[in-house]
Design a protein around this ligand. Structure first.
Ligand code: AMP
Length: 273
């Protein structure tokens, strides 16, 4: 595995692979890698000839009040995990954006609710960084975890709308042994917060197991189980548009973000009739 820090080196290599028709797989991350990330890397390994993982904590997707400065980092541990998972190139840019960078990418409609409403400009930051990374890395396919379900839908929509010719592949949501969705931010939780945070996936799985025909009923069942310090949203949505849906008569998604102390945790499950 090679570690590349220069944007120009990365781009030159990527253009060479593209010219030679290579299948290039890409897994973008913000580092502090766990089994959720390495699962995506291993799955992408099976679909491509050259596998690139990026680690970049993107300032554009953090609000001034958020955890950019204290976002957990472990570059050496991450490099070992990437190599073990079959990565060819670990791209860790020092300066991802040129000084005269003046472009933003904005995906409308499906960014209006949920994470988009709770974190204004977050998805603009995500779409902008992924667009620049796609330009540099020139992948044929990129994988995004269903853990961040709305993010996956936003980026799939972006790649489709802009005819990027990049296959956007969903990666399965990976959970800890007790069911908590793995997240780099789980390290912020106290023992007591982590214990209560288990109610988040339990609430979502109860909504999935329920046979109630409406979202209102299933959300009430989920809320009765959920133990948190603040609920940003618990909703049943269309899997592509992220619009709320009331009748549970086809495959849908139950999505939630709950707060434990200062930590926001996201989770979601597929649900249906
Ligand atoms: P992050 O480093 O948190 O920005 O995440 C990088 C990628 O890993 C994104 O596509 C995430 O959706 C994905 N990811 C993070 N946590 C998980 C998880 N528990 N299971 C599956 N994918 C995940």
């Amino acid at each position: 595995m090679d570690i590349i820090r220069s944007v120009d080196t990365m781009h030159a290599l990527a253009l060479g692979w593209r010219a030679r028709g290579k299948k290039v797989g890409f897994v973008p991350t913000m580092g502090y890698l766990h089994r959720g990330h390495t699962t995506l890397i291993e799955l992408m390994r099976q679909r491509c000839e050259i596998l690139i993982v990026s680690i970049y904590v993107n300032p554009l997707q953090f609000a001034p009040t958020e955890d950019l400065g204290r976002y957990p980092r472990d570059p050496e541990g991450d490099a070992k995990k990437c190599e073990a998972a079959g990565c060819d190139i670990l791209f860790m840019p020092e300066n991802l954006y040129p000084p005269d960078f003046r472009t933003t990418v904005n995906v409308s409609q499906i960014t209006a609710r949920w994470e988009g409403a709770a974190r204004p400009e977050h998805f603009q930051g995500v779409a902008t960084v992924v667009c620049r990374l796609f330009g540099l890395v020139q992948p044929t396919a990129a994988m995004f975890g269903e853990k961040d379900y709305q993010q996956f839908a936003v980026l799939k929509s972006m790649a489709h709308d802009l005819a990027m010719g990049i296959e956007i592949v969903p990666g399965p949501l990976v959970r800890d042994h007790d069911g908590l969705a793995l997240s780099s931010r789980n390290v912020y939780l106290s023992g007591e917060e982590r214990r209560r945070a288990l109610s988040l996936h339990r609430a979502l799985f109860a909504m999935r197991e329920s046979r109630a025909p409406t979202a209102t009923e299933r959300i009430a069942e989920g809320r009765a189980i959920l133990d948190c310090d603040g609920l940003d949203y618990l909703a049943v949505v269309h899997p592509d548009t992220l619009d709320p849906v009331e009748q549970i008569d086809r495959p849908l998604r139950a999505i939630a973000t709950a707060r434990y102390g200062k930590t926001r945790l996201l989770d979601n499950v597929a649900i249906g009739p």
